[in-house]
Design a protein around this ligand. Structure first.
Ligand code: HEM
Length: 380
């Protein structure tokens, strides 16, 4: 009996390490990466407190190894910023997102035995439909936001002024336009995904996920390895935030498969855990929101940026910068992944690290884009 997210974290930690350093991942590195990634996502879901010492240990491990990274790191960063950059993009975002994505994929197959068998014996085209449908039902991002850099006229009476925070609800978008949207049905993707309301990796034209080609491929390969070795069963409730980390029973293929008792136990334990976990989430979530309001991170960020360099706060068009793609900071990026409470303007985080998986990248990487001062994620 395993928790799928926990099962997956060390695996993706090794994957990220090998991607970055092109050498086998030492156990020490794997444990440091997994401990930090787990800490980030646990605190994000308000099921536990954040331990910044875990992040600092990983940073200290990376600092003397920067010259071993197989591609040049962004110019203009100090060594500490380079370590944060690696840590944010690869050892945090990649590990958290792939672990969460895989936990959803394996859990949905555990809960749908007939789909599990079909996926195991199917070709890659069908498997990709299964992944598409999983990410439609359980998108890893809740609310994403952009800050408008110019006025947007909706019609002759309505204009969205520059500087507005626009929020986009991924789960709602993924439900719209589908019959019986809560049902798991890979057959929906017999049609090309681009004809459907389906953007689990973001909007292609506006800062999508840089791993959107890589992620489904590696998820498929790993899922096949698991399905070849084990039969998966689960009786727990499957929600988008998955605070239970995906309890699942793995029976080695070929061994006697009699999961009834174990599933009954799992169901009772899951309901019981739901009760105390909800209480913990209520307390920690309330504190998080209160703290965010108290710190007023977003407001302070803009005020400080304007005070340092008024040109930064000018309209990008005035600067002749059509790209308008500055990295957002933690303070501006309230919820762009698994299950942080959706807040439009205040991020809960009180440090330079960010509150959620991909936001951690933004916070730690905020100096990397074009070597300029962190600005806002602007859009028109
Ligand atoms: C199943 C896996 C993944 C999913 C579903 C996913 C989803 C997303 C989405 C929806 C966004 C855009 C959010 C927005 O609209 O603001 C995003 C951004 C991002 N993702 Fe992923 N992601 C995944 C895996 C990864 C991996 C493996 C990496 C790193 C290797 C990664 C790195 C990033 C980064 C750096 C950004 C920020 C891009 C920017 O702001 O320009 N993601 N991801």
């Amino acid at each position: 009996m395993v928790r799928l997210r926990d099962l997956m974290m060390p695996l993706w930690a090794e994957f990220a390490y090998e991607l970055v350093f092109a050498e086998p991942c030492p156990r020490e590195a794997r444990d440091l990466i997994a401990a930090n990634a787990d800490d980030v996502v646990t605190s994000l879901k308000c099921t536990g407190l954040r331990h910044m010492d875990r992040r600092d240990r990983l940073t200290r491990y990376l600092l003397p190894r920067l010259d071993k990274v197989r591609v040049p790191l962004p110019d203009g960063l100090t060594p500490l910023e380079q370590a944060y950059y690696l840590q944010g993009a690869f050892f945090n975002t990649a590990v958290v997102q792939l672990s969460e994505g895989m936990a959803h994929l394996l859990l949905v197959l555990a809960r749908h035995p007939e789909e599990q068998e079909r996926a195991r014996t199917s070709d890659d085209r069908h498997f990709d439909r299964v992944i598409n449908e999983t990410l439609r039902l359980y998108p890893l991002f809740g609310i994403a936001h952009r800050i408008t850099s110019g006025d947007i006229a909706l019609d002759e009476h309505t204009t969205i002024p520059a500087g507005s925070v626009l929020c986009f609800n991924y789960p709602e978008f993924h439900r719209a336009g589908f019959a019986d949207p809560d049902r798991f049905d890979p057959g929906r993707f017999d049609r090309p995904a681009k004809e459907l309301n389906h953007i689990p990796f973001g909007v292609a034209a506006n800062r999508p996920c840089p791993a959107w080609r890589l992620a489904p491929i590696v998820m498929r390969v790993v899922a096949r390895e698991v399905l070849d070795r084990y039969v998966l069963d689960s009786s727990v409730s499957h929600t988008r935030s998955l605070p239970s980390r995906g309890p699942c029973l793995l029976t080695p293929r070929g061994a006697p498969h009699r999961p009834r008792l174990a599933l009954a136990y799992m169901r009772v334990r899951d309901r019981w855990e739901d009760v105390w976990r909800s209480l913990v989430q209520l307390v920690l979530g309330t504190y998080m929101v209160w703290d965010a309001h108290r710190l007023r991170l977003c407001e302070r960020h803009f005020a400080e940026a304007a005070a340092r360099d008024p040109a930064e706060e000018r309209h990008p068009a005035e600067e002749g910068d059509p790209a308008e793609t500055e990295a957002p900071t933690a303070a501006e990026a309230p919820d762009r992944t698994t299950d942080a409470p959706d807040r439009a303007t205040d991020a809960p985080d009180r440090t330079t690290d960010a509150p959620d998986a991909s936001d951690a990248f933004d916070a730690e990487n905020r100096y990397a884009h074009h070597g300029r001062h962190p600005g806002s994620r602007r859009t028109r």
